[in-house]
Design a protein around this ligand. Sequence first.
Ligand code: 5GP
Length: 114
Amino acid sequence: MGDTLFGKIIRREIPAEIVYEDDDILGFRDVNPQAPVHVLFIPKQPIATLNDATPADAALLGRLLLACAAYAKQEGFAEQGYRTVVNCNEHGGQTVFHLHVHLLAGRTMQWPPG
Ligand code: 5GP
């Protein structure tokens, strides 16, 4: 796949407010937040969309969600609640083709999301 601006964030070629990092995952604040807390968790290994993930990525996908939950607990909003979202392709509203999990918190979410 081609490089995306998230690749540039991983390589520190463009700035981002990084809130979480381990060997395989980076978490940083969304530049256009849709909630008081809006963090994107991405694998450092570039996977374009959820469609491109394979069984070999199962542990990594699980760790992305666990990183969201750990961050929610660390920041103290886990019990109040939050939403995680993975947008896939056009109908899902995906605009950056480097798989990412949105973590949204700090307000009541609506359902259906529209
Ligand atoms: P998607 O629409 O692909 O699910 O989500 C992409 C997200 O990336 C959007 O919420 C958008 O605001 C965010 N985004 C786009 N460009 C940048 C950037 O340069 N820096 C950061 N931190 N977030 C970005």
